[in-house]
Design a protein around this ligand. Structure first.
Ligand code: ADP
Length: 293
């Protein structure tokens, strides 16, 4: 069994990005600039956004953070997005989700200029991804592709079972794994909360990718010997022995499942760290105008 080390892979990608930024600085080119909008004080969201800003600093990007109270009106938020769309200094920006209930998330995501949508959540980027056109790929699925690629895991002709059909992970992952690409060319089964006999499906899988947010959902009996298991779940569970009062748990019962696997991601330190690296990669692409001229 080989552990897929997301932390190491993320650091390698960030080193590559930092080297490109150094070269851009050396020839006086514009430095990539990522902006982030954060609404409210949800613990997870604050941590994620702060980590994104810190990662920008590490690779030499410019970053800006716009933090609003959760009482901000939808109109004010849309105005800020318009301002960032028009700000030539900003190459890409993200709106940290989830947003408060009084704000229409779809409307907000659609207000972002697709050219600056480095999260890849705008329907134009989703459509371009499905059509196989250049697009910003959502960071978590893109990070999983990087893991598969850098660990040289064969996907051609394999059966990949994706569990979870969210817009940001499961659904795009299922599309990317089925593409005529490398990694890709899998036969894909997409499971969700109404799937009957989930274990029947996961047991067929050469590659299982789980993104449901239910700690320990995937047990030892649900995985075939030699499978590749990618765990996207990061649920905060109470842990009095930690200073933070919680620890992260994946969707896979790691201790029981790991011995059966050829490759498996730990939680934390698996898929999580790659998400930030891929956001930075998208921002670099935005500043180089690689996706949209
Ligand atoms: P994420 O943001 O990690 O992708 P979401 O909470 O947005 O996660 O989505 C959870 C997904 O998990 C949904 O697509 C839902 O259908 C799926 N799901 C929830 N419970 C189960 C279950 N018991 N078996 C399979 N899939 C499930």
């Amino acid at each position: 069994m080989t552990l897929l080390d997301g932390k190491k892979t993320s650091e390698a990608i960030q080193d590559e990005i930092a080297a490109e930024v150094t070269a851009l600085k050396a020839d006086g080119s514009k430095i990539p600039h990522l902006a982030a909008i954060l609404v409210g004080n949800d613990g997870g969201s604050v941590t994620y956004v702060n980590n994104k800003v810190l990662a920008c600093e590490r690779v030499g990007f410019v970053s800006s953070l716009f933090h609003y109270e959760d009482t901000i009106t939808e109109e004010d938020l849309l105005n800020k997005i318009k301002e960032l769309n028009e700000d030539e200094e900003v190459d890409g920006f993200i709106v940290q989700l989830p947003l408060p209930k009084h704000i229409d998330t779809e409307k907000v995501l659609e207000a972002v200029d697709p050219k600056k949508d480095v999260d890849g959540f705008h329907p134009i980027n989703v459509g371009r991804m499905v059509a196989g056109l250049p697009a910003y790929l959502p960071a978590t699925p893109a990070g999983i592709l990087q893991l598969l690629q850098r660990y040289e895991i064969e996907t051609f002709g394999k059966h990949c079972v994706v569990v979870g059909r969210s817009n940001i992970v499961g659904s795009p992952m299922s599309i990317l794994m089925s593409k005529n690409a490398s990694p890709g060319n899998c036969t894909v089964t997409l499971c969700h909360r109404y799937t009957q006999d989930l274990a029947y499906h996961t047991r067929q899988a050469d590659i299982v990718i789980v993104a449901v947010g239910i700690p320990g959902l995937i047990t030892e009996d649900m995985v075939k010997e030699g499978a590749v298991v990618i765990d996207v779940g990061t649920t905060r569970v109470p842990d009095a022995s930690r200073k933070s009062g919680f620890r992260l748990r994946g969707d896979v019962d790691f201790d029981a499942v790991a011995p059966k696997c050829s490759y498996i991601t730990p939680v934390p330190g698996g898929v999580g760290p790659l998400t930030i690296a891929m956001l930075l990669k998208n921002t670099l692409s935005a500043s180089k105008k690689e996706v949209y001229a």
